[in-house]
Design a protein around this ligand. Structure first.
Ligand SMILES: Nc1ncnc2c1ncn2[C@@H]1O[C@H](COP(=O)(O)OP(=O)(O)OP(=O)(O)O)[C@@H](O)[C@H]1O
Length: 622
């Protein structure tokens, strides 16, 4: 699934990417800056140690003053303790605000994902989203905790250290500064290359997460078909790819580490030789050489760490880009007219559900492919229930998904009681229209909570019991904790038919004005289906309903039937009328009848002739 860019844009700037974190960092900036300041003080405290050493070597040690030596040792001890305490304090200061930053970024991501249109979720693999909410945010937190502070702290420490060294002896100082230009050039090359592999690695983690998630959710299919070997092969291919990328990262890190460590060490070695010669000549005091070399050695860690601090910063920049790729996606918006929607004069008059020349094409459909719906005209009168029948893949599910605006019509319009659904706030629309999908999705919550998701605030036990009765879901009362029993992940601890009945109960519990049911009884045995139908008939009596049906028994629930064929409504009438006048309908229903009798799944396959039957256009679908 094409979900992310494989490589960063050219001209990408890590700094620009990281600056986007500012709104989240702003609330904790005081603590973060204080912590950075404390770290600078702690680090510079360490640089005082060589000066004390110089004083000790040139003073008490040269003069054999044991009191002075003990005093110097005490100073060194106090400086060491101060440095350790300050670094500890810094860590304490940043721990809490940084978890706050990570938590609020994760909350924003989750909130945004809920508001993104279905078209987005169709496009993006869930593992890619999961890895952005977990691994990427962890990388961002680690960047704020270490590289952000220590690139600054180490920069200041190196600057102060270099000034101290130049003040001690500028010739030796220049020798130590020799490798600066090659090291900076290496860092620049490293950053560019590392950004590329860091992005690849993080995308590969996303793909791996998707595969693992699919394997866990689809474990029944994998086991049932004995596909664990092929699944394991796919897993190994992805892990081998990720391992290769991680090794490339390690090689790059090793290369920069080698340059950053070796060149300064060589320079320090050269300064040591030169300094020793000058001490022997008497042009440099031994104390100055000790102080100089101690300072140079104290700067080793700040210099050595630059490599991995840059690597962590690049990973955080990539993680930030990946995070904002999702956050920058446009959420579902209310149309401009929604707020002051010009409602027609008959807005309060119940006119039912009407499709007017509705056309639809999936945004991710192959280029050049024809639209799926090419002009659907259909009117379901108030209180009427209409069954939608059509060949597999004719677009029935798609048409039903347009009513609660899970997808937006490409052109044409849909009205509820005369009001264009795009001129209605989504919350209002979705409160008036209840849906039950063919694939019933349940959440890891109690049975009662799953059903009451479909009800407005304040729904009570009586509403729950009534909905369970309509859906013939009395089995819920017999579960170990009744309707308080928690269903497992995705409700997989229940049978398909039980899940479907709970999904149906969820659709009817809120007594919606409009009900959209996508083949809601497909997993039920004939007796349960008959019982559900009898109860549904009562509900449907005062509800306007659109019911996708594959079987004659479901069709008979409805007052009228519409035949969807070739992207349009080819005919509307009663079951008997369509059976008599429309061979395609008769074929679909007889196929369904036969498969129902033989226990095979219903529906015809795509490719079956599905053009409008003769005379279809004479039916007025409205
Ligand atoms: N997100 C999507 N992107 C692109 N094409 C899609 C998408 N979802 C469905 N389709 C395509 O749209 C067509 C109609 O699908 P739809 O699920 O609406 O058919 P249906 O009539 O409900 O089929 P069935 O009776 O098998 O449930 C199919 O060819 C399907 O491949």
């Amino acid at each position: 699934m094409p979900t992310t860019r494989a490589t960063p844009e050219t001209g990408r700037s890590a700094v620009r990417a990281l600056l986007r974190l500012w709104p989240y960092v702003r609330p904790v900036r005081a603590r973060l800056f204080s912590a950075a300041f404390i770290a600078i003080v702690a680090s510079c405290t360490g640089l005082v140690i060589p000066l004390v050493l110089k004083w000790m070597v040139d003073g008490p040690v040269a003069g054999q003053d044991f009191g002075g030596i003990w005093l110097g040792a005490l100073y060194l001890l106090l400086l060491g303790i101060a440095e350790a305490v300050l670094f500890g304090f810094r860590r304490w200061l940043v721990a809490r605000p940084l978890s706050h930053v990570e938590a609020s970024m994760r909350a924003d991501l989750y909130r945004h994902l809920q508001r993104l249109p279905i078209a987005f979720h169709d496009r993006w693999a869930s593992g890619q989203l999961l890895s952005r909410g977990t691994t990427d945010l962890m990388l961002v937190r680690m960047f704020l905790a270490f590289p952000l502070t220590f690139l600054l702290v180490n920069g200041v420490t190196i600057l102060v250290g270099v000034i101290i060294m130049l003040l001690q002896d500028w010739t030796l100082g220049l020798v130590v500064l020799g490798p600066v230009i090659p090291v900076m050039w290496t860092c620049a090359v490293f950053e560019r290359r590392y950004a590329e592999v860091a992005r690849r690695a993080q995308d590969q983690v996303g793909d791996l997460t998707t595969l693992v998630e699919e394997s866990v959710l689809g474990i029944r299919v994998i086991k049932g078909f004995g596909r664990h070997r092929s699944q394991a092969r796919a897993f190994h291919t992805l892990t081998a790819g990720l391992r290769g990328t991680e090794l490339r990262k390690a090689r790059l890190l090793a290369a920069i580490w080698a340059v950053i460590v070796t060149l300064p060490e060589l320079a320090i070695g050269a300064a040591l030789v030169l300094g020793a010669v000058r001490v022997a000549d008497g042009t440099l005091s031994a104390g100055t050489l000790v102080a100089f070399l101690s300072t140079a050695l104290a700067l080793r860690w700040p210099v050595d760490s630059i490599g991995f601090l840059l690597a962590m910063s690049q990973e955080a920049a990539t993680a930030t880009e990946r995070y904002f790729e999702v956050l920058d996606e446009e959420p579902e918006r209310e149309s401009a007219t929604t707020a002051q929607a010009a409602r027609p004069s008959d807005a309060t008059t119940a006119t039912g559900l009407r499709f007017e020349d509705v056309r639809f094409r999936y945004p991710d459909a192959p280029p050049g492919s024809p639209p799926l719906l090419t002009g659907v005209d259909l009117h379901i009168r108030p209180g009427e229930s209409l069954a939608l029948v059509g060949a597999t893949g004719s677009g029935k599910t798609t048409l039903t998904a347009l009513v609660p605006r899970l997808h937006e019509v490409t052109s044409g319009r849909i009205t509820l009681d005369g009001v264009d659904i795009t001129a209605m706030p989504r919350a209002e629309l979705r409160a008036r229209v209840a849906v039950a999908f063919e694939e019933p999705t349940l959440f890891s919550a109690s049975v009662g909570d799953n059903v009451l998701m479909g009800a407005p605030e304040g729904a009570d036990r009586a509403d729950l019991d009534r909905a369970l009765a309509v859906a013939q879901a009395g089995f819920a009362h017999a579960l170990p904790d009744g309707t308080d029993t928690r269903v497992g992940e995705q409700g997989l601890s229940l049978s398909g038919g039980q899940r479907q009945r709970l999904a149906l109960a969820r659709a009817v519990v809120g007594r919606p004005d409009f009900l959209v049911l996508d083949d809601p009884l497909s997993a039920l045995d004939v007796h349960t289906e008959a019982a559900v139908e009898a109860a549904l008939r009562e509900v449907l009596a005062d509800t306007t309903a659109l019911i996708v049906a594959h079987r004659p028994s479901t069709v008979l629930l409805a007052d009228r039937v519409a035949l969807l064929s070739g992207g349009r409504v080819a005919a509307v009438g009663t079951h008997q009328e369509l059976l008599r006048d429309h061979p395609e309908y008769a074929r679909l229903m007889s196929g369904a009848q036969q498969s129902a009798e033989s226990g095979a799944p219903s529906g015809t396959e795509p490719g079956a002739p599905s053009g409008p039957p003769p005379g279809a256009q004479e039916d007025d679908p409205r």
